[in-house]
Design a protein around this ligand. Structure first.
Ligand code: DCT
Ligand code: MG
Length: 348
């Protein structure tokens, strides 16, 4: 995971370089200004020497183990380490092998993984933007019947303007949701109603409170087969909503760099709040909250509280969420080199 992050970061740096990357300029990447490690620079040199082709990538593409782990990792709920151990310990090389092993009882999958396997062909398809909007509208109608004042917003890659999305991420918020009890009540009602109208066809999580994951499809009148889609539903209070909106808009890489920046200047940013903290044992140790959370009512205010320039959702894309059709001008780091970081902290 960390190696992948390093590659993504390096790719962004190269993309933003003002000069062409050649055998004579590449060593600059190892200087402090760019900070790319020597191993990665060696890989880039290899690409330059091979006319843009990476020897390692060529080897990996031809490597059956990598192909198997990549295929198994496409099943919902199976990450790289599970895929690796399925391959290594159980000699499972493909989704077909996985089906056979699960069927015979040779391996036991979690509930979510079984559902992921059952709907494998559907769930690996990306969802066209227009369909995401139709699904959002369908759910919104039902949500408003349960709570008229609810706001329903489609976050994730949809909000970042992608043409296709891996799943549908919906966030709900209303004045009524000031207690967790109300939030859970709303969520239970909504899930029940969406199951009643045969929109939700499977649960991916066996139990849920304020966050639900499932498989859905819009009920069709005709015989046309509708593809099953992965949907995430999350409910938040008005107070946490701007933080949740920022978090679930992503991208994951953008979030990481924003959280990292917040940490560096003495804050802790989560999907619920932004609080000043101290970390007596350094970055990896415990955090001690030393003040109240910032009462933000919008994403702009969260950026502002951290002394950062606001980024529109479509400016928060980066390599982690690239589509085949992606032509974003990705950003590496949301953080402008700000000379007044400390004054930004005092302003809060
Ligand atoms: N998120 C995050 N860190 C993660 C996973 C998710 O910060 N490890 C946040 C950012 C995006 C948001 O949650 C929704 O997650 P996904 O649906 O997985 O990502 P996406 O950006 O919507 O991309 P996709 O089109 O693949 O769904
Ligand atoms: Mg998503």
């Amino acid at each position: 995971q960390w190696r992948a992050m390093g590659y993504r970061r390096a790719a962004n740096i190269v993309k933003r370089m003002k000069m062409p990357l050649t055998a004579s300029t590449i060593d600059l990447l190892q200087t402090k200004a760019y900070g790319i490690g020597s191993k990665l620079v060696t890989r880039m040199k290899d690409m330059i020497d091979n006319g843009g082709q990476s020897t390692l990538l060529k080897e990996l593409k031809g490597d059956p183990k990598t192909a198997s782990i990549t295929e198994l990792g496409q099943v919902w709920g199976i990450g790289p380490s599970t895929a690796h151990s399925l391959f290594q310990k159980f000699d499972i090389k493909s989704v077909t092998d996985l089906r056979a092993a699960a069927h015979s009882g040779r391996i036991k999958l979690t509930h979510g993984q079984s559902i992921g396997l059952k709907h494998f062909d559907d769930l690996k398809e990306r969802v066209p933007r227009e369909e995401v909007a139709r699904i959002r509208d369908f759910v919104q109608l039902r949500a408003k019947e349960i709570c008229a004042g609810v706001d329903v917003i489609c976050t994730g890659s949809y909000r970042r303007g992608k043409n296709t999305c891996g799943d549908i991420d919906l966030l709900f918020c209303a004045h009524d949701f000031h207690t967790e009890r109300n939030q859970v009540y709303f969520m239970k009602q909504l899930v029940m109603e969406l199951k009643r109208c045969k929109f939700l066809v499977e649960d991916l999580t066996e139990t849920f409170e304020c966050s639900y994951m499932g498989v859905c499809k819009i009920p069709q009148q005709s015989n046309e087969r509708n593809i099953c889609r992965h949907i995430d539903l999350k409910v938040y209070s008005r107070r946490s909503y701007p933080f949740a909106l920022l978090y679930f808009t992503g991208s994951d890489y953008f979030n990481r760099s924003m959280r990292h920046y917040a940490n560096k200047i003495g804050w802790s940013l989560s999907d619920r709040d932004l609080v000043p903290v101290i970390r007596p044992e350094g970055k990896k140790g415990i955090k001690i909250k030393i003040g109240d959370g910032v009462p933000a009512v919008s994403e702009e205010e969260i950026f502002g509280a951290l002394g950062l320039q606001f980024r529109e959702p479509n400016e928060r894309n980066c390599y982690g969420s690239v589509d085949e059709d992606d032509d974003d001008d990705d950003i590496d780091n949301p953080i402008p080199e700000s000379p007044n970081i400390s004054s930004a902290m005092h302003d809060v």
